[in-house]
Write a new protein. Structure first.
Length: 92
């Protein structure tokens, strides 16, 4: 399931999908006051990471014999980290 999810995500990105453009304003010095750049954000990568990395963590934590509360905490922290990175990229 992990490999299939990653393969589908990267296939979608290779076909030109799974991204959107985000407007970034770059302020230069005196020569060029402001420049507007449309930067692609590949959101399909973050969706894939939000699915596959918790599955990998689940496999590792169950194999290590951790209690359920610690497993859920690790999964929550992992998904939160991925979403915060995506939100920070969108705010730039």
């Amino acid at each position: 399931m992990i490999t299939l999810t990653a393969a589908l995500s990267y296939f979608v990105m290779a076909q030109g999908g799974g991204h959107s453009f985000h407007l970034v304003r770059v302020i230069h010095h005196k020569k060029h006051p402001t420049e507007l750049i449309f930067r692609p954000i590949y959101w399909a990568r973050y969706v894939e990471w939000a699915i596959t990395s918790p599955l990998i963590l689940l496999d590792l934590t169950v194999l290590a014999g951790l209690p359920g509360v610690k497993i859920l905490l690790a999964l929550f922290a992992d998904i939160a980290m991925i979403l915060f990175v995506l939100l920070c990229l969108l705010r730039l």
